[in-house]
Design a protein around this ligand. Structure first.
Ligand SMILES: Cc1cc2nc3c(=O)[nH]c(=O)nc-3n(C[C@H](O)[C@H](O)[C@H](O)COP(=O)(O)O)c2cc1C
Length: 215
């Protein structure tokens, strides 16, 4: 598919328009719209396409107030005001869904049954033998990618977001009954901005880029 100038401009508008928003208007968001945002987010790449991300969506009042108590003080009001809070988790046993994932590929006509069997076996062998810290690293990388895409997908649909690392992971896991199979990646508040996010700057590319060697 060829990318048109208009597509690029639309994309840049979404990317440049996203800001961390810390004040939200009272507004509901439907499960349908949330599912669309999550679906777009999950078009993100992941290690061997194992998609180890999981989303815990605090959508109703009760779970939102639970989430509010799991985030640090400076984030509480942001979670309280947002339409929804999304806990992005990494599943350390995500590779166990290899069978589901490759069966979908067969059904879509992208892969033969024979290849599927091989791919499933390879995935189970490879990921099943990795140490926990490596699995965690993979889950965090893939979780970061999906989180970014989630925020852009939300922005494209007219919603704003705030990624948050300011939460108590132990409390979060306790309150929501999250087992050690899952590692929290970040919490994302999502809603309609009451106040635009403050502008931020970025280091010049020359300060963060090394061409060909780090020397
Ligand atoms: C992993 C991560 C954790 C963050 N945690 C918080 C947080 O706990 N509270 C907060 O207000 N902002 C948080 N931020 C938002 C950053 O402060 C913000 O992304 C940065 O200042 C750049 O601003 P921008 O997102 O508007 O471009 C976090 C961002 C990231 C990526």
């Amino acid at each position: 598919m060829t990318v048109q100038v208009q597509d690029v401009q639309d994309f840049m508008k979404v990317v440049e328009g996203r800001r961390s928003v810390r004040s939200y208007e009272p507004a509901d968001i439907s499960k349908e719209v949330l599912k669309e945002i999550l679906e777009t987010a999950t078009l993100a790449p992941s290690s061997s396409n194992m998609q180890p991300w999981r989303f815990l969506v605090a959508h109703d009042k009760e779970s939102k107030s639970k989430l509010e108590s799991a985030v640090l003080d400076f984030n509480k009001q942001r979670v309280a005001e947002a339409s929804v809070g999304i806990v992005v988790l990494g599943d350390l046993k995500g590779y166990e869904k290899a069978e589901d994932i490759y069966s979908q590929a067969v059904k879509a006509g992208y892969m033969t049954e024979e290849f599927k069997a091989q791919f499933v076996q390879n995935s189970l062998n490879l990921y099943g033998s990795l140490p926990q810290d490596k699995l965690k690293e993979i889950a965090l990388v893939d979780g970061g990618l999906v989180s970014m895409q989630l925020m852009l997908a939300a922005r494209a649909k007219g919603y704003d977001t705030l990624p948050m690392g300011g939460y108590d992971p132990v409390k979060l896991k306790e309150l929501f009954g999250i087992s050690d199979q899952y590692v929290p990646v970040m919490v994302i508040a999502l809603g309609k901005a009451a106040q635009e996010g403050r502008p931020t700057t970025r280091l010049p590319i020359d300060k963060v880029t090394f061409w060909n060697s780090m020397a």
